[in-house]
Design a protein around this ligand. Structure first.
Ligand code: SAM
Length: 245
């Protein structure tokens, strides 16, 4: 696979780079195997089995691009199927190989089997252009697996929230698009309450107490409510998409 350009972090010290990779690996593990003491755990608990089922169906020898791949939570699920794995991100941090924007992917047409784009679309200024680029670089029959936040409070530098029909529209160039809510409304509402109540306390004594008490309790309540109303997904905490070129 030939990149038209690859920029490395030329002036970063090796020590900085090693620390950044170590931190990214810790963050990846926490997203793949979420802890109930984490306010975001319901999102990642629901996301993993959806992506795992889709990834399991893929053949081996995959050339993969991870858009927003500073952290790579789901790479471990396909390690034995990977031929080449390249992470593109705005920042040369963590496990990034290529610094570029998702709206201008520095790759030729039709060269990839799989594009992963998890928890990134909501940060991208032009999400439609980014999805068109992901479509362009995939081979015919190649797949885009994408996840983004659904019902979730405003966070850091995010720009967008998406709904299932909006994602279908953005992926209109693909021949087949499947959209899956990550959990149901119970999880979305309880995650929202968890984040609003606890995020600002995280580094305080009350935050540490909450991590052992109210945070896991609200996560459990979210799972119970999802079991009571599994088909109400209007406020699911996240959405996953499988799109086939
Ligand atoms: C929350 S992280 C997602 C990490 C990982 N994919 C995951 O699932 O945990 C979002 C990443 O998207 C990157 N990002 C934001 N805007 C971008 C853009 N326009 N093009 C490429 N990457 C972008 C950020 O730098 C950040 O590393």
């Amino acid at each position: 696979m030939a990149y038209s350009y690859v920029r490395s972090g030329g002036n970063l010290s090796l020590e900085h780079r090693a620390r950044s990779v170590r931190n990214a690996k810790v963050a990846s593990a926490a997203r793949l195997d979420p802890d109930d003491r984490d306010v975001d755990s319901l999102i990642f608990q629901h996301r993993r089995p959806i992506l795992e089922a889709w990834l399991e169906q893929l053949p081996g020898q995959l050339n993969v691009l991870d858009v927003g791949g500073r952290i790579q939570p789901y790479r471990g699920l396909i390690e034995t199927k990977i031929r080449g794995y390249f992470a593109l991100d705005l920042q040369f941090e963590g496990m990034v190989d290529v610094v570029a924007t998702a709206e201008h992917i520095p790759l030729r047409n039709d060269c990839l089997d799989l594009v992963l784009c998890t928890d990134t679309l909501q940060y991208i200024p032009d999400p439609g252009a980014a999805i068109n680029e992901m479509h362009r670089v995939l081979k015919p029959g190649g797949q885009l697996l994408l996840s983004t936040r659904g019902c979730y409070p405003e966070h850091h530098d995010e720009l967008w929230r998406f709904l299932p029909d909006g994602l279908r529209r953005l992926a209109h160039r693909f021949s087949k698009v499947e959209v899956m809510p990550e959990g149901a409304t119970g999880s979305g509402v309880m995650t929202t309450i968890n984040v609003l109540l606890h995020r600002s306390l995280e580094e305080t004594r009350w935050g540490r107490i909450a991590r052992r008490t109210s945070v896991p309790l609200l996560n459990r309540l979210g799972r119970v409510l999802d079991r009571i109303s599994p088909h109400d997904t209007r406020s699911a905490c996240g959405i996953s998409v499988r799109a086939i070129k």
